[in-house]
Design a protein around this ligand. Structure first.
Ligand code: TRP
Length: 449
């Protein structure tokens, strides 16, 4: 219970909310995780399945979060309790824990991108990128860049919904779109780009039937769309009733896919025209931090300019995503304990920064945290949200989605509810089963190795 009479903060414009949600969605997931997963999962087969997962699971789940958040007008813990009843409060705590965990290692990777950008400006790319990456990703330097990135994130969140999050998104997102398109156009001019396009765009039909690729595509959709831990829910809690939620969710999902797809149009040609495909599958971070820098290093001055743009794009995308992760945690603490935004953001930002020291010093720990949070917690959270929105409070969510929607979009609402009720839960349950197995294997491997 809060005793303050200040009204809840709100977005100032419809575009502001859409860009903030797109800013949350578009991040390292689009450029790093997507390219990596696509090269693992048979290129275009993964891309096709990913589109299917975005449409069938992603948009309905995003609407579940939008509907619950705007109806509840509180951060996850409060909104889930208000709509679902007391028993749902703990699920909200799980979301907050997920946000804490994800941001702590996400910020470490973002710190690497900042460091690469700074180094390119000062002295260009290293001629031995693999060794260089090992040096970047370990030790107290990595901690320092992580702290710097967290500082920027906290500053924006302290600025509030309108003055911080919305303003940053309106400024940074258009910049990011321009740079990603510019990079893809540039990549098209490379000799041998064609080979990259073939791998990326020509489906391998065997992979299309591979359940592992299905699971990977679903998990990637949750991660990339920021679903399953209340980030979209929290942003929507700052909305007035006039926002067209189904339309907004569709725009955000297509924007997110568009950026991932266009980023792939850059990454694949570069990788294949420089014959770097082995470096990509060698490790999850190989493509971004080893293969591309080695291509940039070979290109001299052009590589330096293009490479700088590339790492700036990554850092910008990471920042707008990190904002939403910290906002989930901050808003929950504000709502639950009735403390100020400034205090909540600084205290929780400090806690996350401290937790991030572990993955900053140990990339194996980082990989494990990504498995536990990115694969398992998000999928479990998505299942909980689908059950809440599709069954327990379907009526309330349905009427919330109708508000502010144009007639054309209103006609989609019953369909969305049917999907949330009957289609999403069984698919996500199967994915959860396989994710759990993977996560347990990863934990075992970490403890033994
Ligand atoms: N979607 C972001 C990305 O693709 C990461 C992210 C931000 C996220 N907020 C989230 C992931 C909430 C899961 C949940 O990089």
């Amino acid at each position: 219970m809060t005793t303050t009479a200040t009204p809840r903060e709100a977005f100032g414009s419809r575009a502001g909310f859409i860009l903030a949600a797109a800013g949350s969605a578009v991040g390292l997931g689009n450029m790093w995780r997507f390219s990596y997963q696509a090269s693992e999962g048979g290129g275009a087969a993964f891309v096709l399945l990913y589109i299917a997962m975005t449409l069938v699971l992603g948009i309905p789940l995003m609407l579940a979060e939008f509907g619950i958040g705007r109806r509840g007008q509180l951060a996850p813990i409060g909104s889930l309790r208000k709509l679902g009843g007391r028993a749902w409060g703990p699920v909200g705590y799980l979301f907050v824990a997920g946000g804490l965990l994800i941001l702590s290692y996400y910020s470490v990777i973002a710190g690497w991108t900042l460091r690469y950008a700074a180094e390119v400006v000062m002295h260009g790319f290293s001629s031995s990128p693999a060794e260089h990456f090992v040096a970047v990703a370990a030790g107290w330097d990595a901690v320092a860049f992580h702290v710097g990135f967290m500082l920027a994130t906290v500053l924006i969140v302290v600025g509030g919904v309108k003055g911080g999050i919305e303003r940053a998104s309106l400024l940074l997102m258009p910049l990011l779109f321009l740079m990603v398109v510019g990079l893809a156009v540039w990549a098209a001019t490379l000799d041998g780009a064609g080979k990259g396009y073939v791998v990326y765009l020509k489906p391998d039909l065997d992979e299309l039937m591979n359940p592992v690729v299905w699971r990977a595509a679903a998990a990637q959709a949750f991660f990339s769309l920021s679903l399953g831990m209340g980030a979209m829910l929290t942003l929507a809690s700052y909305l007035h009733r006039d926002q067209n939620l189904p339309e907004s969710a569709t725009i955000v999902a297509f924007t997110d896919f568009g950026v991932a797809f266009v980023a792939g149009l850059m990454v694949f040609p570069v990788i294949y025209s420089f014959g770097l495909q082995d470096a990509v599958s060698a490790s999850t971070v190989g493509a971004l931090f080893i293969a591309l820098p080695s291509a940039f290093a070979d290109m001299g001055a052009v590589g330096r300019v293009v490479g700088l743009f590339f790492f700036v794009v990554l850092a910008v995308g990471a920042l707008t995503s990190a904002i939403s992760l910290l906002e989930v945690v901050t808003a929950s603490v504000m709502d639950e304990f009735g403390i100020s935004r400034r205090k909540a953001a600084i205290v929780m930002g400090t806690a996350i920064t401290a937790l991030g020291v572990i993955p900053a010093l140990d990339t194996d720990a980082l990989g494990l945290m990504d498995k536990i949070a990115g694969e398992f917690l998000l999928v479990a959270g998505a299942l909980a949200l689908a059950l809440l929105a599709g069954w327990r409070v379907a009526g309330e969510v349905g009427s919330e989605l109708l508000q502010g929607a144009s007639p054309r979009w209103q006609r989609q609402v019953p369909r969305i509810l049917v999907v949330l009720r009957f289609v999403v839960p069984p698919i996500v349950a199967v994915v959860l089963f396989f994710s759990l197995r993977e996560t347990v294997t990863a934990i075992r491997g970490f403890l033994v190795g």
